[in-house]
Design a protein around this ligand. Sequence first.
Ligand code: FUL
Length: 452
Amino acid sequence: MTILRLFILAVMLTTTTVYAQPPQPTPRPAPRQLAWQQLETTAFLHFTVNTFTDKEWGDGTEDPKIFNPAQLDARQWIRSLKEAGFKMAILTAKHHDGFCLWPTRTTEHSVKSSPWRNGKGDVVREVANACREFGLKFGVYLSPWDRHESLYGTDAYNDFYKSQLKELLTNYGLIAEVWFDGAKGENAKNMTYDFEGYWALVRKLQPNAVMFSDAGPDVRWVGNEKGNAGETCWSTINTEGMAPGVADEKYLNRGDANGKRWVPAETDVSIRPGWFYHPAEDSKVRSPQNLVNLYYQSVGRNSLLLLNVPPNREGLLSEADVTSLKAFRRILDETFRVNFVADSPQLTDKKLTTFAPATVNEPITINLPPETMFDRISIQENIANGQQIVAGNVEYLAGTDWKSLGTFTTVGYKRLMRFAPVRASQIRLTITEAKGPVEIAEVGVFKASGEE
Ligand code: FUL
């Protein structure tokens, strides 16, 4: 074989190898997912007949007459959430008990059979209107598992469910999120949900809404109800062959560096032990500091906080909850008000799209005002171009030595680091491992305020 032939063979082999393994395209968020992620703190409103029976799961036999929140004021709910910095509220339009909070045409088991507002009320409308008034996005939870409806367990239930969805998606203005709960009791009737059909309906009627179910399509469950996103948390997962409701909790909690689909984690957790209001839990409302910890464990780990605040039997958010929420927001506002990063405009303009490229193992040095005291650091990637950072660390300059402030794994939308206060005039950020080109969108250096 001549040298030339050898050369041609080598070229052919290289070419073949390259074509045999085309590089995997970088998963990126759809615009609706990118907008959702930036909401950071969102609220859940669990409210139904359970509020009056003191239960967490109703069995569907509840008499609609027990639903009578005499002082219901959705404006008080949404005003309180707005003042606490929440950007969206998701209402349980129907929980597992099947009772509908709107006067649906699909069943009599709804507010129209209740004494509340003489059967003329519509909780969904009042909450949707209040959200519009106070500038919050509005979302709906519609439980697939329905313990009241006799069609449940037959194919016809899928049509019944779609009719309910259609009412919610067409009569209440823009819907920002639809929550498909995978929960189902062990003795529940067998029922194959037509998820593909449900999802197609949402896409058609509310194309900008994100859809939550355990493994997406748009937003996934974080794998627990304790308010803990994975210390490592990828916004990507693989969902091939995964039926809704059967995804592995640890997998959902961490995500998958090699995941082909962008399905970021949503951290749903309640401000009280239960999801619904129980008088006995009035003394068990999470403290402001506890809520702040939830923020660091969810938003600060590339997730989003969906905090449940259940209205009580009067139809109001309880004072204890509202007080805690306000103090929670005060701590966050005071802590993150002043970013000490001095001379890097593209890293502090609060825009993901202006960023600094970073090369692995080449530290980025960031100046602070002389001898600044700080104990919190925030790092954000431009996730519009995907999630790339696998690991990194931050150091501060103490005299002539660089000392560690901590290491981290994934960053994604946001990574928050907490450590004991230090004084320094410079920090440096080093990305030690990345999947692809790193775009550092924001870096924040802060001093916590108001925490216990
Ligand atoms: C679970 C439900 O069973 C709870 O009642 C609650 O709605 C929670 C958010 O999801 O799966």
